[in-house]
Design a protein around this ligand. Sequence first.
Ligand code: FMN
Length: 175
Amino acid sequence: MSNFLYQLIKTRRSTRKFTAQAVEKEKIDTILNAALMSPSSKNTQAWHFVVVEDKAVLQRLSESREQGSQFLAGAPLAIVVLAEDNGSVWIEDTAIASAYIQLQAESAGLGTCWVQVRDRMKDETLSTEDYIRSLLDIPQGYKILNIIAVGYKDGEKNPHDDTKLKLEKIHYGKF
Ligand SMILES: Cc1cc2nc3c(=O)[nH]c(=O)nc-3n(C[C@H](O)[C@H](O)[C@H](O)COP(=O)(O)O)c2cc1C
């Protein structure tokens, strides 16, 4: 297989080390446009995206979990993906938008990594969500799925090897 999207999917790996280079405004706009074109249940488009480039805020975001978020301090850009709490499918809608962000960024020569927010704790008493809600002035009634770190990759990772896929996960006809 050699088509463009397939190659992009193969090469996308989570990037947790970024160069200091800022992401160009045009690339940020294209990534956000892609998110705004992602499919959503009943086309409700309940998602919102908070774009963070301020170093001090990125530092605070990096402290939003005890582990798994620290590398955000070295990212030039983060996109916080959230949605109006519409009861059921906000998770699917924001997850799909996140995947669009990751693939569009990859196609612009950038690396990304998903940092989970939903159902995670900053410490024993404070949820990651409430910590970010207060940091970014996110009103009650909005749920936060994740933070996507975006930037130029500092180093390359091996692409996925599609000769070693877990084909036993595929079931034809019945499980
Ligand atoms: C729902 C979800 C939550 C994730 N949470 C984190 C996280 O909090 N921190 C992190 O460093 N990576 C996180 N990741 C990235 C995964 O660790 C990564 O996608 C996985 O190991 C596969 O590696 P790859 O992205 O390079 O293919 C998350 C990915 C997904 C899809």
